[in-house]
Ligand binder design. Sequence first.
Ligand SMILES: [Zn+2]
Length: 96
Amino acid sequence: MMNDLFYVFLVVGIGMSVARFLFRRMRAKNQYHSYLTLEEYQQRHPHLVEQGAAKCFECQGSSIDTVPLGRTFSQSNNIHICRHCGIKLYRSESAD
Ligand SMILES: [Zn+2]
């Protein structure tokens, strides 16, 4: 009787952990896709992107940090953040 209850709790606990893990992953993916790609950023701010190098639309700074946000099986997802004002500018994928 006690043992049955233990296994019920164990299975429910594992189930909830898996659900939480999948939810977080899904949320990270949605968050990532809410940022513009460099192409979209360029379409929105044509004067700020030259030869693949972007500038910040907020402070015009050209020092951009690349921060990995997560990865899938074959690539890394990056967010590009202005070093000067910390604003998130656009996203990119890099293959390994
Ligand atoms: Zn900036």
